[in-house]
Design a protein. Structure first.
Length: 254
């Protein structure tokens, strides 16, 4: 399998996972043009996977269906994704010739957000980012933390393929929260080196995120202490720690 992130908009990634013949699943095509360009270079879409309803993740679907009208579109059960041809939910399996993905409900960023896990890859949409997580537009802190806990329990060698190139700005926040984390310092330098030559910082091994991402480390003493200091009160409940981190990140400027 060949994984390729196709840049879209200012910082989105459309992910493709191809077999040896060039047939590929296409994840969250917010724009059609990058996929059409890849098709001109030999890629043949076999299916579209959608994690959530936001326009920067589904906006290119109609144009792709205009070119490939029989292309199956797997998406959560949400009327805000009218292009879906197959609705899928938690615990189901997406089976396409050559691919199988487990569907995981991960509400928080949106109420119907799902992730796809298979072939050693996690397509996490806007739930889990490298060194960060999505904003909670439609969910609660408890929901979002539970979703992140589910993703964190996947095999450590899983490659996280998220929807945006936010790693550098997330690293700046993470270093404020957890400045003595040596693994985080190494990951931040790696990110800076990659971005200096316009390379994607993704995918990233889940093991790295478990070591470095403060939103996956709410039980770590350093992260809990930093969140408590920011909140101005001692936080012991892990949901409260997560909520304080998310509020802090929402207003953070590097």
């Amino acid at each position: 399998m060949r994984l390729q992130p196709l840049p879209a908009f200012d910082d989105n990634y459309i992910w493709t996972l191809s077999d040896a013949s060039g047939r590929a699943v296409v994840v969250d095509p917010g724009q059609a043009a990058p996929v059409l360009a890849a098709a001109d270079a030999g890629l043949t879409p076999a299916a579209i996977l959608l994690t959530h309803h936001h326009a920067d993740h589904i906006g290119g679907v109609e144009a792709l269906l205009a070119r490939w009208p029989d292309l199956p579109v797997f998406a959560p059960d949400d009327p805000r994704i009218p292009q879906a041809t197959v609705r899928v939910g938690d615990g189901e399996t997406v089976g396409i010739e050559g691919w199988r993905f487990a569907v995981m409900a991960v509400p928080g960023h949106t109420r119907s957000h799902i992730a796809f896990h298979g072939h050693g890859h996690l397509f996490s949409g806007d739930t889990l980012f490298s060194l960060g997580c999505g904003r909670m537009f439609e969910g609660t802190a408890a929901q979002m933390l539970a979703s992140l806990d589910r993703l964190a329990a996947l095999p450590a060698d899983t490659l996280v393929c998220c929807g945006h190139e936010y790693s550098q700005s997330n690293a700046a926040f993470a270093r404020v929260v957890d400045p003595d984390n040596a693994a985080l310092r190494r990951r931040e330098q790696e990110i800076l080196d990659m971005r200096s030559v316009s390379r994607p910082t993704l995918p990233v091994a889940l093991a790295s995120e478990l070591d470095c991402n403060p939103f996956l480390r709410v039980d770590a003493d350093a992260v809990r202490a930093a969140a408590s200091h920011e909140a101005g009160t001692a936080l012991t409940d892990r949901v409260d720690v997560f909520a304080a981190l998310r509020r802090w990140k929402d207003g953070f400027r590097a």
